[in-house]
Design a protein around this ligand. Structure first.
Ligand SMILES: Cc1cc2nc3c(=O)[nH]c(=O)nc-3n(C[C@H](O)[C@H](O)[C@H](O)COP(=O)(O)OP(=O)(O)OC[C@H]3O[C@@H](n4cnc5c(N)ncnc54)[C@H](O)[C@@H]3O)c2cc1C
Length: 216
């Protein structure tokens, strides 16, 4: 796995996270917002600093759309090591994970099994797992995977995208299972059949979903 693939993205619920650049060995320079570093040690150090400022942390191991079971299992194992370290260091941190990194799309059963392993390990340390939301073709399977694993472990949450027309209905399913929610606008180019195309529509949907979550 390349160094960028090993990077851990630390994000907080505050806007003070800095913008940094990461450079791979091959010389590809990538502008990565919110990157805490390229090693688990970097992520731990950044997390401690953020915790000391009073904010919680979610650690995201960069990488998505793996194509082999070996890569998916490797990503799961990296996350398990991350959780062990979070617990050992006493950090106030959880993990965020993309299901295509765990095999969704080519081995959905593996993705469910691996997410369960992560939720179980997180639960042992009293923390949670948040599922990132990816392209629209993955949304139904992502929500269904959330339902399966949340039913078993009760410490799983999920990101939802205000640009998608389906999100209010997905929110019903998520709230019904007591999942925590990360509301975002959406980061992918989606067709008009499934998503608002105007920024005003995305923003209005974001406002409506925010009000609904605040009232939940
Ligand atoms: C901690 C964190 C976690 C995140 N997790 C996820 C995740 O799991 N899944 C995900 O998809 N995204 C995720 N995002 C990204 C998020 O969805 C937004 O893309 C990002 O935060 C930018 O939003 P903004 O309000 O800053 O920008 P804004 O520019 O205000 O809004 C961006 C949204 O508006 C739309 N938009 C902007 N300008 C136009 C325009 N001119 N015409 C049409 N549409 C326009 C974009 O398509 C996008 O949907 C995450 C972001 C953060 C910070």
């Amino acid at each position: 796995m390349n160094p960028v693939g090993r990077s851990l993205l630390a994000v907080t619920n505050r806007s003070s996270v800095r913008r940094v650049f990461a450079e791979s060995k091959s010389g590809r320079r990538l502008s990565l917002r919110f990157v805490a570093g390229e090693t688990l040690d970097d992520a731990v150090a950044a997390s401690r600093t953020i915790n000391e400022s009073g904010a919680r942390v979610s650690l995201d191991h960069l990488g998505e759309h793996v194509t082999t079971g070996t890569e998916a299992v490797s990503a799961r194992d990296d996350y398990l090591r991350c959780l062990d370290r979070v617990h050992a260091e006493g950090l106030d941190a959880n993990i965020s994970v993309k299901l295509t990194q765990l095999g969704l799309g080519f081995d959905d059963d593996l993705a469910v099994e691996s997410l369960g392993a992560l939720a179980g390990r997180a639960s042992e340390g009293g923390t949670t797992v948040t599922i990132d939301m990816e392209e629209s073709q993955h949304v139904e399977r992502t929500v269904a995977t959330f339902e399966t694993v949340q039913s078993r472990y009760g410490n799983v949450g999920i990101a939802v995208q205000s640009y998608l027309y389906r999100t209010p209905a997905d929110l019903d399913r998520i709230v019904a299972r007591g999942g925590h929610v990360r509301l975002c606008k959406g980061a992918y180019a989606e067709p008009a059949a499934v998503a608002h195309q105007e920024k005003g529509g995305v923003d209005a949907a974001f406002d409506a979903l925010t009000r609904r979550l605040m009232a939940t």
